[in-house]
Ligand binder design. Structure first.
Ligand code: GDG
Length: 505
């Protein structure tokens, strides 16, 4: 079987995704809907994230375009549900376009499995932040195991013969193996949404072998980039030499009498929907009004940063690079306005509370140092914007800085490009984001180098517009040609090949 890398190689991606009468079972930590309280009533909204949008047409039991039925298994909610909320969820579940099954987690599991092992150890370690890792094992590991067991149990409790089970992300690394033990012939896919670190880093993890064995319960293991896939294969070769054989050329592992296929599947966006939203007259008017407001204040260039408030996103380093830029090129003071939007996340994890304080202090310090008249260089929003509020910023900005210290993919980079239908904006992109593999025409920078970031800002403000336009056109075309439907189809096509390969052994 050839090495799978749909970023560069054509693969069969016919939109019909699974054999008829078969069912896709998606397993994620977070739920694909939100329970909204309005006065004394509850309502269930589908969330609008990329994964939900991508999988909805495959899972939609009402859709005429597919014979595949869908089931989505997830944690029931970010906090343990109150009894009336659980009742409301049961009442409204039937309104979703696919079946959902929920996994209730205890308060202890949320603290030690989710906030602890997943977000305070795996997340920083997989993003190369070893100094941020909390290696406390006594409660975190047992709860990670018990929570993963609950997800696997939910898969088994709902299992049907035609199921293709697709498990997602670092919170659920043990689930594939737990399902395999319960049901050896089960079709199991896994996708990791964050980087997979190199062996030298991964080896620092206690329970590293257990985690690899957990993932190897799958038939197909997907990553965003070829590098992450290779890191995984090398970790298996080094850490499980007596129980697994790794073939780097075919990107396969043999263990336990099975073949496991490993591949790169770069995630993307529902580009058509996003472009359609951006082309609405109301949205265009909002973007124009936003620009006009800044222009009235004398601003000629608007820059944006949009991130979850996370230390991996390099927000402080970006702001410091802007500070250095204004000091080096004072002629741009008053003419460049940078807007940083940061959506708070994981507020229960200590490092995230400290980060918020640090970012606020950095913004205050830079503005205090550089502000002139009515101009402050950094406008900072620390709240969740609605998509309708966010889009006008993407549309109005002359440049976007997407400069994570490390990022599995980064969808903001792709969103910014997808929206530039006239190829107007410029993207400054970290080479340590997975997206950089696909967007080499962006202004690619090393986020650790303040000098490179300063120079990139200077370039996007001064280069001739035809050069910037041709670079943006290349980025946009790449994003348009490999959208979220391409991602789902290529993964499911490879999933079917991987199951055939396993059964051929
Ligand atoms: C993980 C991996 C990988 C941001 N602020 C607001 C808001 N956003 C939206 C963005 C974008 C999404 O959130 C963030 O996606 P990213 O990909 O940038 O980052 P993670 O959340 O860390 O996602 C990442 C991804 O999984 C998929 O595999 O790309 O590498 O870390 O869509 O626009 N949306 C709204 N308000 C905000 O304030 N509505």
């Amino acid at each position: 079987m050839p090495t799978l890398n749909p970023a560069t190689e054509p693969i069969d991606t016919a939109p019909h995704t699974l054999p008829s009468n078969h069912r896709l079972v998606v397993v994620t930590n977070r739920e694909p809907y939100e329970l909204v309280q309005e006065n004394n009533h509850y309502r269930l909204n589908m969330t609008t994230g990329g994964l939900v949008t991508a999988l909805e047409p495959v899972l939609n039991t009402d859709s005429s375009t597919t014979a595949v039925q869908g089931l989505w298994i997830s944690w029931e909610g970010a906090t343990p549900l109150q009894p009336e909320q659980r009742t409301a969820l049961e009442e409204h579940k039937g309104e979703l376009p696919y079946t959902v099954a929920t996994v209730p987690l205890t308060k202890k599991e949320i603290t030690y499995y989710y906030n602890g092992f997943a977000n305070d150890l795996l997340w920083p370690l997989f993003h190369y932040f070893v100094s941020q890792c909390n290696f406390t094992e006594s409660r975190n590991w047992p709860n990670y195991v018990s929570a993963n067991q609950k997800f696997a149990d939910a898969v088994m409790a709902n299992a049907q013969p035609g199921d293709w089970t697709w498990v997602h992300d670092y919170q659920l690394l043990l689930v594939p193996q737990l399902i395999r033990e319960a049901s050896p012939q089960h079709r199991i896919g896994f996708f990791n949404h964050i980087p997979f670190p190199s062996y030298e880093l991964f080896r620092t993890l206690p329970y590293r072998r257990e985690l690899l064995r957990g993932m190897l319960g799958s038939d197909l293991i997907g990553f965003h980039t070829r590098d992450y896939a290779n890191h995984f294969l090398k970790c298996v070769a080094k850490l499980l030499p007596n129980e697994a054989t790794v073939d780097m050329a075919t990107s396969q592992v043999r263990t336990d009498g099975r073949v496991i296929t490993v591949g790169a599947f770069p995630i993307s966006l529902d580009v058509a929907t996003l472009q359609q939203q951006a082309s609405q007259p109301a949205m265009q008017a909002q973007a124009e009004a936003l620009r006009a407001n800044y222009e009235r204040l004398g601003v000629s260039f608007l820059g944006i940063g949009v991130d979850r408030l996370d230390y991996t996103k390099g927000i402080i380093e970006r702001l410091e690079a802007l500070e250095a830029f204004f000091i080096k090129y004072p002629e741009f003071k008053r003419r460049v306005q940078f807007v940083q939007i940061a959506a708070p996340s994981r507020a229960k994890v200590g490092t995230y509370q400290t980060l918020r304080d640090d970012v606020e202090q950095t913004v205050g310090r830079i503005n205090g140092r550089l502000a002139e008249g009515t101009w402050t260089p950094i406008q900072f929003f620390c709240r969740n914007f609605t998509k309708d509020e966010l889009l006008p910023y993407f549309m109005a900005a002359d440049f976007a800085m997407v400069t994570p210290i490390r990022d599995g993919m980064n969808l903001v980079a792709k969103e910014y490009c997808a929206i530039q239908q006239e190829n107007r904006g410029a993207l400054i992109l970290s080479e340590l984001a997975g997206a950089a593999d696909e967007l080499p025409e962006a202004f690619v920078v090393n986020p650790y180098s303040q000098h490179r970031m300063e120079e990139a800002i200077y370039n996007v403000l001064t280069l001739p517009s035809d050069e910037k336009q041709s670079r943006m056109a290349a980025c946009r075309e790449q994003v348009e040609s490999r959208d979220i439907h391409y991602w789902v189809n290529s993964y499911l096509a490879a999933f079917q090949q991987a199951v055939v390969a396993r059964q051929a052994v």
